[in-house]
Design a protein around this ligand. Structure first.
Ligand code: SF4
Ligand code: SF4
Length: 302
């Protein structure tokens, strides 16, 4: 199934200190509305069935968003919007916006929430947008970004007290969060398979990964190409037929690290995206993995 994180604009009304989206790219880049519509039509023709509007804060361009979601519905594309809820100041304002989005066919709202977001947006807004989604008949969930420290206990309790649907998501130490101090970890020896959702940036570059991988600038391993010179179908096909990407999806990053000669006791000290960076943002390691991707790597057993 083809689906994509659609970065219509990187502009955001707040500046979270953990933001993975912000790094070296201009933080106010935006697609032309007409071009975005053309791309969505091309995506439908290329059998894309799900679009998640993300990057900066999509509600900043609310009228454009309404047009894009409407178009997706006409083309039978499932839609999600990722938002920080800054706009959900009162139940009335919230219902107005969410009813409009429901009318034009929005399928799901993903509400970003964390101790970093909530330095800028009151918790009440999160509650308003979750409750407003229910009222409007839009599926929702709260994406609770956490470093799993005790500092987040009260934030989690707030979600529990109000019986909101939430998923804890680990901070990704990329973008601004790269500067964070981090605890040493020892994980289980788990596969670390990754679904690798593709991401389209406002400059029309498409990446095979919508998180830390789009920042692997030494090798640009996840950069698939640009829609100014390639078609949607070509870039998706590249994403789906890369032997090494398919190893990440099927055998997992841990197995690839083991193949690359990294000892098990070292592997368990890496977070998933950091292990990914170690393997694929190093030109030498990447070169040897690419060479092996169709042969020994696929046959690798510990
Ligand atoms: S994490 Fe989301 S809400 Fe926060 S600055 Fe980044 S894009 Fe904006
Ligand atoms: S593990 Fe790699 S491919 Fe998956 S989200 Fe992290 S950086 Fe991207």
């Amino acid at each position: 199934m083809r689906k994509i994180a659609f970065g219509y604009s990187t502009r955001c009304n707040i500046r979270c200190s953990h933001c993975v989206a912000a790094e070296d790219t201009p933080d106010n880049a935006k697609m032309e509305l007409g071009r975005a519509k053309e791309i969505i039509r091309d995506m439908a023709a290329a059998d894309v069935t799900g679009i998640s509007f993300t990057a900066g804060e999509p509600f900043i361009y609310f009228d454009d968003l309404v047009e894009l979601v409407t178009l997706c519905r006409q083309l039978n594309i499932y839609t999600r919007i990722v938002t920080n809820s800054y706009w959900a100041k009162t139940p009335e304002e919230t219902n107005l916006r969410l009813n409009a989005l429901k009318q034009c066919g929005l399928s799901q709202l993903r509400i970003s929430y964390s101790r970093w977001h909530q330095q800028h947006v009151p918790q009440q807004n999160v509650l308003n947008s979750a409750r407003g989604s229910k009222i409007a008949g839009i599926d929702y969930f709260v994406s609770f970004v956490t470093d799993f420290s005790e500092k987040d206990d009260t934030y989690e309790q707030f979600l529990r007290d109000h019986e909101l649907i939430f998923f804890p998501e680990p901070v990704i130490y990329a973008g601004r969060a790269n500067a964070f101090g981090r605890k040493t970890i020892f994980t289980d020896y788990q596969g670390n398979r990754c679904a690798m959702n593709p991401y389209l940036a406002p400059d029309l570059t498409m990446y095979a990964c919508c998180d830390a991988g789009s920042h692997f600038n030494t090798t640009n391993f996840f950069n698939l190409g640009n829609l100014n010179s390639c078609s949607v179908d070509q870039l998706f096909t590249k994403n789906e037929t890369s032997a090494l990407y398919n190893c990440i999806r099927s055998m997992g990053i841990t197995n690839i690290a083991s193949f690359a000669g990294i000892k098990a006791r070292k592997i368990v000290t890496y977070r998933k995206c950091e292990l990914c960076e170690k393997l694929f943002n190093s030109p030498d390691t990447l070169r040897s993995l690419q060479k092996a991707a169709n042969t020994e790597l696929q046959r690798w057993v510990r």
